[in-house]
Design a protein around this ligand. Structure first.
Ligand SMILES: NC(=O)c1ccc[n+]([C@@H]2O[C@H](COP(=O)([O-])OP(=O)(O)OC[C@H]3O[C@@H](n4cnc5c(N)ncnc54)[C@H](OP(=O)(O)O)[C@@H]3O)[C@@H](O)[C@H]2O)c1
Length: 387
């Protein structure tokens, strides 16, 4: 079978993650044939770094290119749905980074209108993909992270049932410019980072439901709180070590999800956590407890009294210092599931099957998070329409 020809939209952080993690698939199963960003020099630099022959500054042209079979969307979140629809209409398969989409408006917009807009954007993508008969792959790496994959196997092996899932992604703040404002990010810590733990727990309940009853168990109701803790008057004038640049988006969130079968999940996502990225998923079963530590994990622990001892050697994402006890990830991309995710996407598209992380998950993550924003704004639990 000839390799799938991938065109990447975006040429910075997420695009780099993807291009790097396609390497094991190149050249036999995937070829990187094109890259697009509005800044030509940046796209050209990216193309040189990753040996990509064609550069575009307009994603419409990349999607229309006969050299592209799959459009891999690593652009800022506000552009995901528009690019995905254009790609699907051009007959191209779609890989889209998390979150699928959102509501990109003024932060003061009513949350019920945001929920409707975000779901409208999500449905536009799902409709375009269905009409074109192409595959939608949703870039939720937690689904593929080896600790979560092991959790899934242990869940199957236990024969037990999930009572509660607890999951978190937190760190000390994004450096990306788009993440500062609701208009470009569609929300704060809850959407930007919470989409990972929400994606993980939804996936696990979909999985459990399919195994036990032949259909995914979905979320029935959401309660949430959000806050901007680093901007509270009580901490003004106190030196903080967080690097969040949030302007009109929250930096802290907690959500409680009730599933259709009455079981529960709790989600933490915030920009106030020092000490490196915290990516964890815990399953409380009727007969066992399983904790998946994507980050930090103790595969390697290292101590140095002085940060300079490690020189330029990478330790782990977002640690503020290399001194003291550390948890250096031996292969962070692998531990976070990026190569496994891209391998499944390339296989799914080639085999014309659904990827493990696909359209159902992508849409429900958007629904749950914007229902959470509505709950936080109104102080009430939001019930989701379910057949
Ligand atoms: N799975 C993960 O762990 C993970 C990690 C990080 C980010 N992400 C996701 O990946 C996405 C990108 O994040 P990032 O951190 O890479 O953002 P970033 O550093 O701001 O990069 C965004 C890229 O999108 C390009 N872009 C924006 N609008 C465009 C348009 N209309 N046409 C073509 N290119 C366009 C930008 O280039 P120009 O400005 O030159 O157009 C830039 O190259 C976000 O949705 C984020 O949620 C996922």
């Amino acid at each position: 079978m000839s390799p799938l020809r991938i065109g990447i939209v975006g040429a910075r952080f997420a695009a780099d993650l993807h291009a790097t993690n396609y390497r094991p698939l190149r050249p036999a199963r995937a070829e990187l044939t094109a890259v697009c960003s509005r800044t030509r020099e940046e796209a050209e630099r990216f193309a040189r770094r990753h040996a990509i022959p064609r550069v575009f500054t307009d994603y419409h042209a990349l999607a229309a290119s006969p050299d592209v079979d799959v459009v891999d969307i690593c652009a800022t979140t506000d552009m995901h749905h528009e690019i995905a629809v254009v790609a699907a209409r051009a007959g191209k398969h779609v890989i889209v980074e998390k979150p699928l989409t959102g509501a990109f408006c003024d932060a003061t917009e009513p949350r019920d209108a945001m929920l409707a807009t975000a779901l409208g954007n999500a449905d536009a993508v799902l409709d375009a993909v269905a009409k074109a008969g192409v595959t939608l792959c949703y870039g939720e790496d937690f689904v593929y992270a080896p600790p979560v994959a092991k959790l899934r196997r242990l869940l199957d092996a236990s024969g037990g049932a999930i009572l509660e899932l607890r999951a978190e992604e937190s760190h000390s703040g994004s450096h990306a410019a788009y993440a500062r404002r609701w208009k470009s990010a569609g929300g704060g810590a809850f959407l930007r980072m919470g989409s990972h733990p929400v994606g993980a727990v939804l996936h696990l309940k979909h999985w459990e439901g399919l195994r036990r009853r032949g259909r995914p168990v979905r979320v029935r109701a959401v309660s949430a709180e959000v806050a901007s803790l680093t901007r509270l008057p009580v901490v003004s004038g106190i030196r903080r070590h967080m690097s969040t640049l949030a302007e009109d988006v929250e930096d802290w969130s907690v959500a409680v999800l009730t599933f259709e079968d009455g079981t529960m999940a709790t989600i933490h996502s915030n920009d106030i956590t020092l000490g490196g990225v915290r990516n964890v998923v815990t399953a409380y079963l009727t007969n066992a407890v399983i904790q998946a530590n994507i980050n930090p994990n103790t595969a390697v622990t290292a101590y140095a009294p002085d940060a300079a001892i490690w020189g330029d050697e990478y330790i782990t994402e977002k640690v503020e210092t290399k001194a003291g006890w550390q948890y250096p990830s031996p292969d962070e991309d692998w531990m976070r599931g990026y190569p496994q995710e891209l391998e499944d996407f390339v296989s799914a598209i080639s085999e014309r099957r659904e990827p493990l992380s696909g359209a159902l998950l992508a849409r429900e993550v958007v629904e749950v998070i914007y229902a959470g924003y509505l709950s936080a704004a109104t102080g009430r639990r939001v019930e989701l329409p379910r057949p």
